[in-house]
Design a protein around this ligand. Structure first.
Ligand code: PHE
Length: 493
């Protein structure tokens, strides 16, 4: 029970009425503390009645406080004038000299002697009283009775004082007046119900004005925010999402199905993370595997193949998928198994893994955004057309292409876009038309073409959110507050 509340009750038992501001002065306490104590008394019942009063009062501004401590601007000017006088220009170098000079002039404290060159400011009276300073000191002490209304008006205009409304309460004994507070119960317990003691207890009222506890919630990482924007674009363009829930893949789908020869350097442990347990996969569509083996070693479908000794042991090796094109290969094989081919547009956005040397722009795991369109007689023009539309929705309109090489696409193109912020062309993706050596062994009809492209999710995210180092975006050094505060992603369309 608060000591202050009891003091208030005791005072009221001896006096009929009192204002809270008077109590604050009397007890030498902050007025807010008196109000707090009053609230706890009121929570106990009708011990006191309180009538709110709003009174206008004046208080000094920061400038007024400064003057109350250091003297008015005019007094400062007066004090700066030596007996021999001072050049006006020198006097005006003092702070607040303009106001001070004109006030001191109109008060008749100083004069300007224009017979000299330059004109000299001289004292006109031997001494002054700084009334402004005195008045402001009085306001601070809470007594402005000696200041005339005209003077108050003037100080207000000079922004030395301001009017404020002070809310207080007039207190009287209430119908349930008592000298002490009972402790209020905050919980209704089983014991109270069983013993019936609740009937005689006082319960604390709910405080519906209390500030709420901010709810805890999770936050989306910027990569996820950009991912939902990409997903939205694909969906708007009629693409279906591929199931990418297998980080572990085998070499057959990651490489062989994509006509990537078994001695290709990317299939080396320097570039790929191989899995040691389980080391191999052994379930494959065997007839398809045979066709893949044949096209690699002997050729077929109009191709001469690579002419090497293809080994199933190499295809069986498990790894962390190095690109989402492994997923696309699985999907295209599935599409090829349908009775009748139907054009299809597919996309995926998920993680891939590469044994990279880590630096400011490379990590050993990152996300790929991949699009695949399978239809009759598609060509390079269709590929460029789809890009124009896809990247336009990303807010990128300046595109350029460079011939490239992938084992699974022909032709292949690197995609560049002009970055207006960096003022240069940057590579954002890779693309191409899948080779017949990849599609025909799957069983797709000969006149079906598949165009595809892939890009990283990290690069556009870094550009969008202004990161120069990928470690600020992903990994143990990420600032969690960054994740909480990063805005939602809106790609300019
Ligand atoms: N798989 C390629 C990569 O990892 C991207 C790509 C996808 C290229 C589809 C062509 C077609 O960079």
């Amino acid at each position: 029970m608060s000591h202050l509340s009891e003091k208030i009750l005791k005072y009221l038992s001896e006096n009929d009425t009192v204002n809270t501001l008077t109590l604050a002065k009397l007890f030498n306490e902050d007025h807010q503390k008196i109000i707090g104590a009053l609230k706890s008394i009121q929570a106990n019942g009708d011990l006191v009645t309180a009538d709110q009063k709003a009174e206008k009062a004046i208080e000094v501004t920061d400038e007024g406080k400064h003057i109350s401590e250091n003297g008015s601007h005019e007094a400062t000017i007066y004090k700066a004038v030596p007996d021999s006088g001072i050049a006006q220009a020198d006097l005006m170098k003092l702070p607040n000299a303009k106001v001070g000079f004109s006030k001191a002039m109109s008060a008749g404290w100083i004069t300007l002697d224009k017979t000299c060159t330059p004109p000299l400011v001289r004292r006109k009276v031997p001494e002054i009283t700084d009334i402004v300073q005195d008045h402001l000191k009085q306001v601070i002490l809470g007594d402005s009775s000696k200041i005339s209304d005209k003077e108050k008006q003037d100080y207000k205009k000079r922004k030395l004082i301001q009017e404020v409304v002070i809310k207080s309460f007039d207190l009287k004994k209430g119908p349930e007046f008592s000298l002490s507070l009972t402790k209020l119960e905050t919980d209704l317990t089983t014991e109270m119900l069983n013993s019936g003691s609740w009937k005689n207890l006082k319960f604390k009222e709910y405080n519906f004005d209390a500030l709420g506890v901010p709810p805890e919630c999770g936050y989306l990482h910027p990569l996820l925010k950009v991912r939902s924007e990409f997903r939205q674009i694909f969906l708007e363009m009629g693409f279906c999402e591929m199931p990418t829930n297998n980080y572990i893949e085998n070499s057959f789908w990651n490489f062989d199905a994509l006509f990537q020869p078994q001695q290709h350097p990317a299939r080396d442990a320097h570039d790929t993370f191989f899995i040691s347990d389980p080391k191999t996969s052994n379930k494959f569509p065997m007839d398809y595997l045979e066709r893949v083996k044949r096209v690699h070693s002997k050729g077929g479908y109009g191709s001469q193949g690579y002419g090497y000794d293809w080994k199933i042991e190499e295809a069986q090796k498990n790894l962390l998928r190095t690109h989402t094109t492994a997923v696309s290969a699985r999907m295209l094989y599935k599409v090829a198994q349908q009775k009748e081919f139907r054009p299809i547009k597919l996309f995926s956005i998920d993680k891939v893994f590469r044994n990279e040397t880590l630096d400011a722009t490379h990590l050993a795991e990152f996300h790929q955004v991949e699009g695949v369109i399978a239809d009759f007689n598609l060509n390079l023009g269709d590929l460029i057309g789809v890009f124009a539309e896809f990247f336009r929705k990303l807010g990128i309109t300046q595109l350029d292409f460079k011939p490239a090489y992938n084992p699974y696409t022909e032709p292949s193109m690197e995609i560049f876009c002009f970055h207006p912020g960096l003022k240069k062309w940057i590579e954002i993706g890779n693309s191409g038309i899948f080779r017949p050596e990849m599609l025909l062994p799957m069983g797709l009809p000969e006149d079906v073409c598949v165009i595809a492209w892939g890009l990283s999710l990290e690069r556009p995210t870094m550009i969008k959110y202004g990161f120069n180092n990928i470690r600020d975006l992903v990994g143990p050094k990420v600032d969690l507050e960054m994740v909480q505060k990063s805005p939602i992603c809106r790609l300019s369309k």
